[in-house]
Design a binder for this molecule. Structure first.
Ligand code: ADP
Ligand code: 5GP
Length: 197
């Protein structure tokens, strides 16, 4: 019998390095699936539809809400973002650990609906470093960077919702910390009782 996978939420302010760390984590661990969100925001340079996000029009997004196809959704800096339920449930049933890269309002919805979700919050170490990274990414206008920095302060106030905090000072170390959390969860007694049958 396949052992059901676990659901992980990784949040943290935009620019903290979530995408970078998750990409490293997926290379490091087998049987780990990244949930591709739907969003109404424009793709950034280098982002691929169906890989980084499913880029959709607002009407399509509202239809997904209407049809109850989303595990959670939120508005973030004037765009909609949401997690399609079906792939998440399929992958969990196949035994994959599923990683959601979502902001704090969506994370709260998931934690309420699925209380066994494990939350990790990624932070670059300081707000000044966060600002440096948003600028270095070079994908947002000054106005958008300022909005993301205001949003960042709000998101950090909700850090208490998460079981773990990862400081993304070095990508390798942060990915190692996230991987260690996932590995430790697999070793929980409750997940290993089948060995004793
Ligand atoms: P997020 O997904 O949280 O919005 P990204 O993964 O897009 O963040 O990272 C934001 C920027 O910071 C990118 O330019 C990325 O290359 C850079 N970055 C990520 N992690 C680190 C790190 N540990 N040190 C320095 N720069 C980093
Ligand atoms: P970005 O535009 O920088 O890719 O993402 C902005 C924010 O939206 C990030 O905090 C990211 O974690 C969050 N996000 C991405 N996908 C989803 C999603 O499906 N649901 C929610 N609630 N937030 C998401």
């Amino acid at each position: 019998m396949v052992q059901r996978g676990k659901l992980y939420v990784i949040s943290g302010p935009s620019g903290a390095g979530k995408s970078t760390v998750i990409a490293r984590l997926l290379k490091r661990l087998d049987m780990t699936y990244f949930s591709i969100s739907a969003t109404t925001r424009e793709p950034r340079r280098g982002e691929r539809d169906g890989f980084d996000y499913n880029f959709v029009k607002k009407e399509q997004f509202l239809e997904m809400i209407e049809k109850d196809l989303l595990l959670e959704w939120a508005r973030y800096v004037n765009n909609y973002y949401g997690t399609p339920s079906q792939p998440v449930d399929e992958k969990l049933a196949e035994g994959y650990d599923v990683i959601l890269d979502i902001e704090t309002q969506g994370a709260a919805q998931v934690m309420t609906k699925r209380p066994d979700t494990i939350g990790m919050f990624l932070f670059p170490g300081s707000f000044s470093e966060l600002e440096n990274r948003l600028r270095a990414r070079g994908s947002d206008s000054e106005d958008k960077i300022q909005k993301r920095l205001i949003q960042a302060r709000k998101e950090c106030e909700r850090v208490g919702m998460y079981s773990y905090v990862i400081i993304n000072d070095r990508v390798e170390t942060a990915a190692e910390e996230a991987a260690s959390i996932i590995i430790a969860e697999k070793c929980r007694t409750a997940n290993r009782l089948h060995y004793f049958k």
